[in-house]
Every structure is written in structure tokens, then in C-alpha cells.
Design a protein around this ligand. Structure first.
Ligand code: XIL
Length: 338
């Protein structure tokens, strides 16, 4: 923020006051946010599953409390996400919705009403939106269908409509397509699929400003330099192609899965830091890169242990602060990279 272009930030959550959670209402966690962050993003509370108990209603209480907190602290907020394009992450009612005799019309109504209502409610308090999240199938590079998209005749329709609707309601906001294609060797098909989607947006005049690069990194061995050397040129080729189409970049969900590192914390922590540093050195070399957000500030509350536990059952070390709220070498690596 001091340099006028890049902010550091984090995901955060809602909880009852004082709960032991990665929430603004937990003073220990809030202290980390307030010390380190210029921008916050609700980890779950703006998703359909959280906001939409049914087809007719919206539940904004938690989001409102989170926005109030951020505004009080003078921190910006990103919106995640207006459409997570995966059946598993839509509410069950939306996946089994009866679209009636004019399914495309009904699906368009549902989607545009959702986006309008959420954007109107949040208004200028949110200036950057992950409009569509994870629509590309990493296995095939094709688009993933959800019930809404099928009713409209295909995912291209629902994705394009989401961006057009978002632009109509927030002409000045940054509109982001967000996905987890990575610099990992196994991600080549995913990267190709995302490039195809981004090319299509430009060809069809779909208003997308920025590619959100989630950046859930995975370390697969102790030789960080060799891993980086193997991955760097393909990753740069991908980023070059994205910025050549006129897109900006942001890092939306940085954390590190120390999967391949079978060692004590004293060994794992510096390797995680080195891997983060090498990644950020590449990313921050792009003048098109804006904000850098991590997906949680503290290992104690990170989603990683639940989502992908280590084989040896040990806690993961993928955040800037360890479970005792002590800064990890990763924090120093991020600070140095900025
Ligand atoms: C995750 C949250 O961290 C979890 O609490 C929740 O159970 C599932 O979603 N990519 C995304 C995020 O875009 O929304 C995901 O967040 C992590 C992966």
C-alpha cells in the first residue's frame, strides 16, 4: 500500500465473540489481521452456501459484521465469490432446483438476482470481486457444468452472464476470474484450459479485468531450488500469455502444503519459506500483479489440515504464523519479497 499499488491481506472468518477461531471476533486472530493486513476477504461467508438458505432468501448477518469490522479498521475487503462453478460448492437446493418449462430464463433470473442483490448489499465496500471461481476442470481443461449452467445451455453462458451482470452493477469494481492452476508440473492441462477461457472472454467482449491466482502451493521435496528450476519457465510462459491479453494478476489465496517434507519444523519451516520466496520473486516481478492475499494468517485455523492432512499426521506449516501465534520464516520471506 505504501508503494501505491500492492496490498497484503488475508482471508478471515466469522465466529461468536471470543471463539477460538480464525475470526475477527477472536482478539488473538484480529491482532494479526490488524498488524499485517490492508485487505481482507471473507473465507466462506459470501459463498452461495453461506448466503442462500433457499431460492428466495439471503442471509447477510455474518457478512455485515465482517464488513463493519473491516471498515472500522480502515481495511479494504475483497468479495469471494459470486459464483463457485462447482456442483459440490453450490447449495443442494440450487443443484436440485426445478427450472420449470423455460429453464434458461429461470436460471438467468436466479443468477442475476443473486449477483445484483449481493453487489447492491455490499456496495462500494467491496471494490474487487472473484466473480467466478474454479470453472475449469483441471483434468480436462474443459468447463465444469453446474445445474444453473446446464439450464442455460452450457457453462460459457453462466460464466459470461455472471461477469456482464457484475459489470452492470459495479462499473468501477475489479472483476476477477479466480482459479487454482499452479506452477506444478501436473497443472499443465489446467493452465491450458484457463488460457482458453481467458481468450474466449476477450474474443466475446466479456468484462474480466484480472486473473486471480489462488496459489495454494505444494512443496514436493527438500530440493526447493531444483523444483523451482523445473517449474519456472512453464509458469512464466503462462503468466506472459495472461498479461499479453491485457489481464492484471492478483494472488488470492496463498498458503503452502508442506506435503513432501518429512522433517521437524525447524527444517520444514525454512524450506516452506524458501519456496514461498521463490514463488513471490517471480510473481512480484510482474508489474501487472496487484494484491497478495494469504488464505489465513495462522496455522491454528488454516483449512489445510482438514482439507489435505499430512500422511504422517503432523500439523501442516503453511501460514505466516504458527499455532502459538509466532511469526514463521514464511512471514519473513513474504516481507522480504515485497
Ligand atoms: C475453502 C475454505 O477455506 C474452507 O473453510 C471451506 O470448507 C471450503 O472452502 N479455493 C477457494 C476457497 O476458492 O473458497 C476455498 O476455501 C479453498 C480453495
Amino acid at each position: 500500500a505504501r508503494k501505491g499499488k500492492r496490498r497484503f491481506g488475508s482471508a478471515f472468518g466469522w465466529s461468536p465473540p471470543g471463539a477460538d477461531a480464525g475470526s475477527f471476533a477472536n482478539p488473538a486472530y484480529a491482532a494479526l489481521l490488524e498488524r499485517e493486513c490492508g485487505v481482507l476477504v471473507p473465507e466462506n461467508e459470501l459463498k452461495w452456501q453461506a448466503l442462500r438458505p433457499d431460492a428466495a432468501s439471503f442471509a447477510f448477518d455474518r457478512v455485515d459484521a465482517m464488513l463493519d469490522y473491516a471498515m472500522r479498521q480502515g481495511m479494504a475487503v475483497r468479495g469471494h465469490t459470486l459464483l463457485w462453478h462447482r456442483p459440490k460448492w453450490m447449495p443442494a437446493w440450487a443443484e436440485s432446483h426445478d427450472f420449470g418449462s423455460t429453464p434458461a430464463t429461470e436460471a438467468e433470473r436466479l443468477l442475476t438476482t443473486h449477483i445484483e442483490t449481493v453487489m447492491r448489499h455490499c456496495g462500494p465496500r467491496i471494490a474487487s470481486w472473484d466473480v467466478v471461481n474454479e470453472a475449469v476442470d483441471p483434468e480436462t481443461g474443459g468447463l465444469i457444468e453446474i445445474a444453473l449452467s446446464r439450464a442455460m445451455g452450457g457453462a460459457q453462458q453462466s460464466i459470461d452472464l455472471a461477469f456482464h451482470t457484475a459489470r452492470a452493477h459495479a462499473p468501477a469494481a475489479e472483476l476477477v476470474y479466480n482459479d487454482f492452476m499452479s506452477w506444478g508440473a501436473g497443472s499443465a492441462t489446467h493452465r491450458t484450459g484457463v488460457l482458453r477461457l481467458l481468450e474466449g472472454f476477450r474474443a466475446r467482449g466479456v468484462p474480466v479485468d484480472t486473473l486471480g491466482i489462488q496459489s495454494h502451493l505444494v512443496t514436493n521435496g527438500p530440493d526447493i531450488a531444483a523444483t523451482v528450476a523445473r517449474q519456472e519457465s512453464d509458469w512464466r510462459a503462462f503468466l506472459d500469455a495472461v498479461v499479453a491479453m491485457g489481464y492484471r494478476l492478483i494472488i488470492t489465496e496463498l498458503d503452502v502444503r508442506d506435503t513432501g517434507l518429512a522433517a521437524p519444523f525447524a527444517v520444514r519451516d525454512p524450506l516452506v519459506a524458501d519456496y514461498t520466496r521463490a514463488y513471490l520473486d517471480i510473481m512480484l516481478g510482474y508489474p501487472q500483479l496487484g494484491d497478495v492475499l494469504v488464505w489465513g494468517m495462522c496455522d491454528k485455523y488454516s483449512w489445510l489440515d482438514g482439507f489435505d492432512p499430512r500422511d504422517d499426521g503432523k500439523p501442516r506449516r503453511g501460514c505466516c504464523y504458527d499455532p502459538d501465534f509466532r511469526a514463521t520464516p514464511m512471514r519473513a520471506a513474504i516481507a522480504a519479497a515485497f
